[in-house]
Write a protein that binds this ligand. Structure first.
Ligand code: PMP
Ligand code: GLU
Length: 398
């Protein structure tokens, strides 16, 4: 008799958070779990940012703020966009939200009508497709594979456009593949959208500071499309501030106003204390603040790639950013462990979790069901131990 709404029934649970929950439960039951499932830096928030948060409490920044964020914070973000990305967004074009996840939800709820199609180059971050569905849009997946470095071609994008296409949404550096779209590739993509003035482009740049190519280019710089680009960013990844819950957008004024209106009815502004800490992060030199973390991620990437490349049947690209490796593990599909057949990446993840206590996330909710995602935001020791366990456990499949 009692049941949730159809809207809820259409949604999948967040696969990243579901795997994190399962590994926590297994750990609580006494198992020695290595959780490489959640995309969360294992570093602490830098001291000077934490101090700004403490000062904010002492100075009574404990009240509601304007829905889109404190003026000083939006000024600092406006400066950041120009300093780091050569993007010109005035303070009024910026909306600060409770994480970039809410920024994405605001955008979809503000711009999509029922049936509007959103192009998602695969692999895409798990929440994109579900947020789109929540807004009654239709996710349209554009396939890729490890053989083309998990990038889609301009031709593929062009062929996916229909009269219902309303949005193109992507992350670069990409969660989960780590691929970085170059300036040249983004220019080619922009050429397509110049001919389709009704399509919005959502550029999720939350991994901007974890980029090993040292070249981050924002598609919002490109003339003739920039009045349709929404740039999403935040502090969770680059500044190790996941729990503070701050993300933001730079957008055309009318879109910023629309997002402000939606947010004003759902959550109001994000936490005032977190906003003051974020202002400090924005005013700092990102190279200094984030460099040590980036260097550590790079050395872990190299170490983990070496280990994975020694495991039979695993195919990896070389991720150029973020902190994930997204290997193709389809070699193991159809293999058996006792009476259990590994049919797909979901089965493989459950097999590894239940038998050697390593938590990964299946590639299926990211749009690439032949892959698994491994987060290397963990210590070297844990990564080495996890690789050993994965290798031994996979060797038992026949
Ligand atoms: N975009 C991408 C690509 C992500 O990986 C994440 C991870 N959480 C987010 C957005 C949302 O981040 P947050 O809500 O913590 O700002
Ligand atoms: N973005 C991270 C991930 O992909 C955090 C978890 C989430 O919000 O989904 O694991």
């Amino acid at each position: 008799m009692h049941k949730p709404s159809d809207r809820l029934n259409r949604l999948a649970e967040s696969a990243t958070l579901a795997m994190a929950r399962m590994s926590r439960e297994l750990k609580a039951s006494g198992k020695d779990v290595i959780a490489l499932s959640l995309g969360e830096p294992d570093f602490n928030t830098p001291e000077f940012i934490k101090k700004a948060g403490k000062d904010a409490i002492n100075n009574n920044f404990t009240h509601y703020t304007p829905v889109a964020g404190l003026d000083d914070l939006r000024d600092s973000i406006s400066n950041k966009f120009f300093r780091d990305n050569k993007l010109k967004y005035s303070k009024d074009q910026i909306v600060v939200s409770t994480g970039a996840k809410q920024s994405l939800a605001n955008i979809c709820l503000s711009l999509l009508n029922p049936g509007d199609e959103v192009l998602l180059p695969c692999p895409f971050w798990v929440s994109y497709s579900e947020i789109i569905k929540l807004a009654e849009g239709v996710p349209v997946k554009i396939p890729s594979s490890v053989d083309n470095n998990f990038k889609v071609s301009p031709e593929q994008i062009k062929n996916s456009i229909t009269k219902n296409t309303r949005m193109f949404m992507f992350s670069s550096p990409c969660n989960p593949s780590g691929s970085v779209y170059t300036k040249n590739e983004l220019e080619q993509i922009a050429e397509i959208f110049k001919k389709h003035p009704k399509i919005y482009i959502v550029s999720d740049e939350i991994y901007e500071h974890i980029n090993f190519t040292n070249e981050h280019y924002s598609i919002g710089r490109i003339e003739n499309i920039k009045d349709r680009v929404i740039t999403v960013n935040g502090v969770s990844k680059g500044f190790a501030m996941t729990g503070w819950r701050v993300g933001f957008i730079g957008a055309p004024l009318w879109i910023a106003k629309a997002c402000n209106k939606i947010q004003g009815q759902i959550t109001s502004a994000t936490c005032a204390i977190a906003q003051k800490a974020t202002e400090e992060a924005m005013r700092s030199d990102p190279k200094k603040t984030t460099l040590k973390m980036k260097e550590k991620f790079l050395s872990r990437r190299d170490m983990l790639l070496k280990e994975l490349n020694n495991i039979k049947g695993i195919k990896c690209n070389i991720p150029e950013g973020a902190f994930y490796i997204f290997p193709d593990i389809s070699y193991y599909f159809g293999k058996k462990y006792g009476n259990t057949i590994i049919k797909d990446a979901n089965d493989l993840c459950m097999y590894l979790l239940n038998n050697c206590y390593v938590a990964l996330v299946s590639g299926e909710p990211f749009g690439n069901p032949e892959c698994v995602r491994i987060s290397y935001a963990a210590s070297d020791d844990k990564l080495l131990e996890a690789s050993k366990r994965i290798k031994n456990q996979l060797a038992q499949l026949i």
